[in-house]
Design a protein around this ligand. Structure first.
Ligand SMILES: Nc1nc2c(c(=O)[nH]1)N[C@H]1C(S)=C(S)[C@@H](COP(=O)(O)O)O[C@H]1N2
Ligand SMILES: [Mo]
Length: 316
């Protein structure tokens, strides 16, 4: 007889871990309450960071929030990073990830394949700070001061051929440091993709830092994507490879459960997830619920990207 077991990803997050319960039962709640500096020092490693002097970068005032910035202790203590576990308390486990040296590969439909060290890439790019909202498909949200550079600058650096239609991104694979990757039912490595028009839209941002310092490992150091008009699962962490291609990439979640997680994944309160509503979101770190906005409130920047694509499943 086939026994159907409910796995972590089949349970809506707010049902699995109401936030009050999450914070009260956690073992290192005391450390987190003591503040982000203590957390940062606890997690500080011996690895020197030659990019540290680039932070804090100048804030770009074009991108504004409609709510306060989420306290760093939530952004750095309540994470999705399935490589380190299918729950939210992965920050400690993620410290095992070695982010130096870190090679990033550009391949596929490019003028010439190349590999560059992440520190060299970061130093070559125009760093700035942006205040962005992050809306997870599980119906929670945060507001984060990310540091990074426009993905458009990265695309220009990669020199894709005119025939490239998509960019496929891939996370590291190393089951020795990321025990989640021993869970064979997940389609590792984590993969995500964007169309070239999305990747070169001004909002698409490669994140290298947050809160005025280099990015914490649990947030996807050394390079992570932010596409704030799309659900959080598109925001792939700890990227090692950018491949330019004519074929639409199949993301990690799409491969696992295509009926629930698609390629486009644009935020829309009127298109429910098959198992829960997307109408509102829980604002992490507060007891507030807010109405969710179409394109997560970024329609003025991105709505035009989807003209003529109305037959696509744009919102899941
Ligand atoms: N490699 C990788 N990237 C990932 C994930 C993951 O499990 N693995 N989770 C995604 C999901 S579902 C969300 S909501 C965001 C969470 O980012 P944060 O932990 O920095 O808030 O990361 C995304 N990027
Ligand atoms: Mo998510």
């Amino acid at each position: 007889m086939l026994i159907k077991r409910r796995r972590g990803w089949e349970i809506p997050e707010r049902e699995a871990t109401p936030e009050a319960m999450f914070w009260s039962r956690r073992k290192f709640a005391a450390t987190l309450a003591a503040g982000p500096m203590l957390l940062a020092s606890r997690f500080a490693s011996a690895e020197d960071d030659p990019t540290a002097a680039l932070y804090p970068a100048k804030r770009n005032l074009r991108y504004t929030l409609d709510r306060p910035i989420t306290d760093a202790r939530y952004v750095e203590g309540y994470n999705n990073f399935y490589e380190f576990g299918s729950h939210k308390e992965i920050a400690r486990a993620a410290q095992a990830l070695k982010v130096r040296p870190w090679q990033v590969k550009f391949d596929g439909l490019v003028e010439a394949e190349r590999v560059i060290d992440a520190d060299d890439l970061i130093r070559a790019m125009p760093l700035e700070e942006r205040l962005y909202r992050l809306r997870c498909v599980e119906a929670w949200s945060m507001a984060v001061p990310w540091t990074g550079f426009p993905m458009k600058a990265l695309v220009e650096f990669a020199k894709p051929l005119g025939s490239a239609k998509y960019v496929r991104m891939e996370t590291f694979t190393d089951a020795r440091v990321a025990p989640g990757q021993k869970q064979f039912w997940y389609p590792w490595p984590y993969v995500e993709g964007l169309t070239m028009a999305e990747a070169t839209n001004e909002l698409a941002f490669i994140v290298t830092g947050a809160y005025g310092r280099p990015l914490a490992k649990q947030n996807g150091a050394p390079l992570r994507l932010s596409t704030p008009w799309k659900y959080g699962f598109k925001h792939i962490k700890s990227i090692v490879r950018f491949t330019f291609t004519e074929e639409r990439p199949v993301g990690f979640w799409e491969k696992l459960q295509a009926s629930e997680y698609g390629f486009w994944a644009n935020v829309n309160p009127d298109v429910p997830h098959p198992r829960w509503s997307q109408k509102t979101e829980r604002v992490v770190g507060t007891d507030e619920r807010r109405p969710t906005l179409i394109y997560n409130g970024y329609g003025e920047f991105v709505a035009d990207l989807y003209k003529g694509l109305e037959n696509e499943r744009l919102f899941a």
